[in-house]
Design a protein around this ligand. Structure first.
Ligand code: UD1
Length: 420
């Protein structure tokens, strides 16, 4: 059965919404827990399908997981005895690559299928491998299965050629139990990396510098118990801010860390959206009458690639021509063909999309092909004339918790249905 959404056009979002825990933190924190043999408690987990899959993977490896509330759980890791996560689960999410670093750290060996996830063009993991190798692991690829083996892991000096969120976290995971000191340079600085480092440190790791260009890790012999609250999801927050900006609504987005949204807030202000920012909230108010803009995606603190599709939809509303340059994933533009079905005037030139704004969109039958692109179609549907149906909602469910219920909270008429 295929999950679909039906959305009626010309609707404003209005009201208030509380933001869930960050997907990209949570998908690393669950694998990170494998580094201890004790019990950990994790709160503010988003209930998305990527997390459901990771829970199944951890259980298959021998962890005992009990939910304390809808969004918090306790994991007893004393029974973990396998270093081969089930391939049929691993291939369902990109973040399963974090099992490489954590299982390598814990067992000094891993057998794992190459990760699945969104197709955003080539997504190599050479920098992850470079880090594992530097720490002393041998790497062999056998029919799509990656085998990592190390007699022992030894701290090393690693310089990343590319700023990568995944490689930064994965090498950090592998290094916390290595002998001696590891220095990783040219690392990514995303808030989710800081969150994972805080969780590891709460378990007894010695990590300094997360959130800067250089991370230093003093290896420790073992990790203990910890309790951790996952940070709010800045991409989910950005999604609702942009939705309100595009639909001309007024929305209060609560339980956020506004600092993490600096690039998004700045861009929204630039195009003419009015925003009030509080300690842990942002109120967005938009007339829907917007100015064009140039947007360039970059690693944090730059404008996040994960909100590039949403921003593209927003810019179809502005009067004039806008430019979006995608600097993180060279082929993250699959949403453009779908938006064109709605009448959007967007031209792709290399890594840049030229958006001729100010033309009405019309409802259409769309296919979500990746998580964030799929979510941006909901915003496109809300500003269009007529009815839109989105298929492939499974992609959206990987990263947004009950997306239709969330939009309904903001007064939107949206239905989920299944199709064979
Ligand atoms: C993570 C996020 C994803 C986000 C992306 C960029 C998770 C689970 N996913 O993905 O939502 O869109 O960061 O903010 O946190 N690269 C290499 N070699 C490597 C690793 C990466 O060439 O070994 C390249 C990638 O192809 C890409 C760029 O580096 O062009 C950045 O990728 P990276 O930061 O690693 O993204 P992910 O960790 O996959």
């Amino acid at each position: 059965m295929q999950q679909c959404l039906r959305i009626y056009g010309k609707q404003k979002t209005s009201g208030s919404i509380r933001i869930n825990g960050a997907k990209n933190s949570a998908v690393a924190i669950l694998p990170a827990s494998l580094l201890t043999g004790k019990t950990v408690k994790i709160e503010n987990l988003p209930r998305i399908t990527d997390i459901d899959r990771l829970i199944e993977i951890l259980s298959a490896l021998g962890a005992k997981i009990s939910f304390l509330t809808e969004t918090s759980l306790e994991i007893d890791l004393s029974g973990v005895n396998s270093y081969s996560p089930p391939p049929e689960l691993v291939n369902q999410l990109r973040a399963s690559y974090y099992l490489m670093g954590s299982l390598l750290g814990r067992f000094k060996k891993v057998n794992i299928l190459m990760p699945g996830g969104c197709d955003l063009g080539p997504r190599p993991i050479d920098q992850h491998i470079k880090g594992f190798t530097a720490l002393g692991a041998d790497v062999e690829l056998d029919k799509g299965v990656m085998k990592l083996r190390a007699k022992k892991l030894k701290g090393a000096h690693i310089y990343l050629d590319i700023v990568s969120v995944g490689a930064t976290i994965n090498i950090m995971l592998a290094a916390v139990l290595a002998e001696g000191k590891t220095v990783i340079e040219n690392v990514a600085k995303e808030p989710e990396i800081v969150d994972v480092a805080n969780f590891l440190n709460a378990m007894g790791a010695k990590i300094r510098g997360a959130g800067t260009d250089v991370i230093k890790i003093q290896g420790v012999k073992e990790l203990g118990s910890a309790e951790h609250i996952v940070i709010p999801d800045r991409i989910e927050a950005g999604t609702f801010l942009i939705a309100a900006a595009a639909t001309g609504g007024e929305v209060l987005v609560k339980d956020i860390i506004p600092k993490h949204l600096d690039a998004i807030i700045a861009k929204l202000k630039e195009v003419g959206v009015s925003l009030d920012i509080g300690l842990d909230w942002a109120r967005v108010k938009s007339s829907g009458c917007l100015k064009p803009s140039d947007v360039k995606t970059f690693p944090y603190p730059g404008f996040p690639t994960d909100l590039q599709p949403h921003m593209m939809v927003l810019l179809t509303r502005s009067r004039g021509t806008s430019l979006i340059t995608e600097n993180v994933f060279e082929r993250r533009f699959r949403h453009i063909d779908e938006l064109k079905k709605m009448g959007a005037r967007i031209k792709l030139e290399g890594r840049s999309a030229i958006i001729e704004g100010g033309h009405e969109l019309t409802g259409a039958r769309l296919e979500a092909m990746d998580l964030r692109g799929g979510a941006s179609f909901i915003i496109a549907a809300l500003i269009s004339n007529g009815e839109t149906e989105i298929r492939g909602v499974e992609h959206i469910d990987r990263g947004y918790e009950k997306i239709e219920e969330r939009f309904r909270l903001l007064g939107v008429n949206i239905e989920r249905f299944c199709e064979p």
